[in-house]
Design a protein around this ligand. Structure first.
Ligand SMILES: C[S@@+](CC[C@H](N)C(=O)[O-])C[C@H]1O[C@@H](n2cnc3c(N)ncnc32)[C@H](O)[C@@H]1O
Length: 236
């Protein structure tokens, strides 16, 4: 019996000759990302781009590039589009109908305007960065949810099979209602065939509070999400 066990052990302990592709997750080693992140988006993106793509991405589309804050100091090859020419993107284009061919990108990054119909903000930079200038009428429920299906459809088209979609999105309270932006986005992405694979909660030090507000009906948001999707039938 003892002899049998030793034999078994020695069989399992024998190093197996596995082929490890350069640039693959195995070659990069175990480098997990915490599911709660309080650092910069650019740093998190570096980690996500090292973790989720099957190999180092050769073409990345930032579909809402704005000032390109995500890519400061980055060595990744990024094409940044924005519908607003004032941000001087690589290309002025609508991310729901881009000029790129099918399967062109390894990764698409999306950081849409977060909160519609906000009043003017004296800090212009803040206004642009969070997309507070965007409007959404009553017919669309004062949300941006109607923009998700045409975007995910286009993202699916321009991504390679096994490609990754990374989306930064925030829920918010508007018009006295909790707006479930991240849920609506996941639903839209699943609808076109994406696999929702991961979710990282990004937190800020404290919630934004306006001295005008006198009565609270909801908790104040202090976080947003980075959602990870794969154009595949499975995540891993
Ligand atoms: C929240 S900002 C992105 C900020 C950016 N990630 C950064 O860190 O600098 C959203 C941007 O999406 C752009 N945008 C809105 N709708 C768009 C569309 N349909 N196609 C392309 N860009 C769009 C806006 O002009 C805005 O610059």
């Amino acid at each position: 019996m003892m002899q049998q066990m030793e034999l078994k052990y020695s069989v399992f302990a024998k190093p197996m000759a596995t082929l490890i592709m350069p640039g693959s997750p195995k070659a990069r080693g175990y480098d997990p990302i915490p599911s709660v992140w309080d650092g910069e988006d650019s740093e998190l993106l570096e980690k996500m781009l090292a973790l989720y793509p099957r190999r180092r991405p050769r073409r990345i589309l930032d579909a809402t590039v704005n000032g390109g804050r995500f890519w400061r100091g980055s060595k990744h090859p990024v094409i940044g589009i924005d519908i607003d020419a004032r941000h001087a993107p690589s290309l002025v284009a609508d991310n729901t109908a881009t000029p790129f061919r099918e399967g062109f990108f390894d990764v698409v990054v999306y950081d849409p305007p977060h909160i519609p119909n906000q009043g003017s903000d004296k800090k212009k930079d803040f206004h642009d960065r969070f997309g507070l200038g965007g409007k959404s009428p009553k017919e669309n429920g004062y949300t941006f949810a109607h923009t998700y299906p045409p975007f995910v459809n286009e993202a699916y088209r321009v991504l390679k099979n096994e490609g990754i979609l990374l989306c930064k999105i925030a829920d918010y309270v508007h018009h006295h209602r909790y707006q479930w932006a991240h849920v609506e986005f996941v639903q839209a992405a699943k609808e076109v065939g994406f696999q929702p694979c991961d979710c990282i909660v990004k937190i800020r030090k404290g919630p934004i509070i306006d001295p005008k507000w006198k009565v609270a009906h909801h908790s104040r948001r202090q976080h947003c999400y980075w959602l990870v999707f794969r154009k595949s039938r499975k995540c891993e």
